[in-house]
Design a protein around this ligand. Structure first.
Ligand code: SAM
Length: 289
């Protein structure tokens, strides 16, 4: 890999670019990190890649060499000219100057697959950290026709997203990610791998989208609401948290459900497996029908 730091400085100078903090612009300059991201995504010519936030195009260049096609979604107009100048000659490059949160990804993926017969669709990105969670939840909840997602995000968020429910880092979002995907931590990335340096440590993670959910639940939406309620008051016992948030009608009903599911009266939310939340959800739905 060429000297990415020099190349980045050169491009920034040529186009008079100053990183825009409010758009989460921290440009990658570490070649071995880029290599790891590209390798972990295991790209082939039969793959469509969607890159979110290509920025100056540092990662894009390597994605274009490996994938069948790369569609880049970048919000910042200033980056658009750079990306067009750099990659105009690639016939597998497409650029959308849009906010990724507003793009109809389902429609985009469907039409690309129909047109070009791609076997796999993969997301690869060094995400803008100010919207990490909304982007990942959009990718998961919209049930897109995706195979995997390889992204760089803040380490703290990464550890929560890829925890196994019941681990120390478990939060409400852990269960959502677990429901839609299996996950792996790929690499911890030091701050000096970017310019400017972010204030937090970063981590590359990979989410492999599940073909089937790990639990059967009558309404995943209701289950995620219950999980949110349980974690809103995570210092309280599950029983108190769910009574306070009116998931359980009252303490008696809560105790009865916990007993039926063989869960301790004083158990806390983070100790529950997703199967436990699925069972609580099914019990509550049974009662309300
Ligand atoms: N991929 C480049 C790299 O690794 O050097 C840049 C990554 S930088 C962390 C995040 C990129 O996301 C920036 O280029 C930023 O302009 C872009 N971005 C920020 N908000 C966005 C949004 N809502 N939709 C699409 N791109 C966005």
């Amino acid at each position: 890999m060429e000297n990415i730091l020099e190349e980045t400085r050169f491009i920034m100078k040529k186009y008079n670019i100053k990183a825009n903090k409010s758009l989460g612009q921290n440009f990658l300059i570490n070649g071995s990190v880029i290599e790891t991201i590209v390798e972990s995504s295991n790209l082939k010519k039969e793959d469509l890649v969607i890159e979110i936030g290509p920025g100056l195009g540092t990662l894009t260049k390597y994605l274009l060499e490996k994938a069948g096609k790369v569609i880049c979604i970048e919000l910042d107009k200033k980056m658009i000219r750079i990306l067009e100048d750099r990659f105009n000659l690639y016939n597998n490059f497409e650029l959308l100057n849009q906010d990724v949160l507003k793009v109809d990804l389902k429609k985009l993926i469907k039409s690309e697959k129909e047109k070009y017969n791609f076997k796999n669709v993969k997301i690869v990105a060094n995400l803008p950290y100010y919207i990490t969670t909304p982007i990942i939840m959009k990718l998961l909840e919209e049930k897109l026709d995706l195979n995997n997602i390889t992204v760089m995000i803040q380490k703290e968020v990464a550890d929560r997203l890829i925890a196994t429910p019941g681990d120390k880092e478990t939060g409400a979002i852990t269960y959502s990610v677990y429901y839609y995907a299996t996950s792996e931590g790929i690499l911890e990335v030091p701050n000096d791998s970017f310019i400017p340096e972010p204030e937090v440590t970063s981590k590359v993670i990979k989410l492999n989208i599940r073909k089937n959910p790990p639990v059967e639940v009558k309404s995943p939406k209701v289950m995620f609401k219950i999980i949110k309620s349980a974690f809103m008051q995570r210092r309280k016992t599950l029983l108190n948290a769910l009574v306070n948030t009116k998931v359980f009608l009252n303490k008696e009903e809560g105790l009865e459900i916990l007993k039926e599911l063989e869960l301790a009266e004083d158990i806390r939310a983070e100790k529950l497996k997703i199967e436990d939340f699925a069972k609580i959800t099914n019990k509550i739905l049974e009662k309300t029908i």
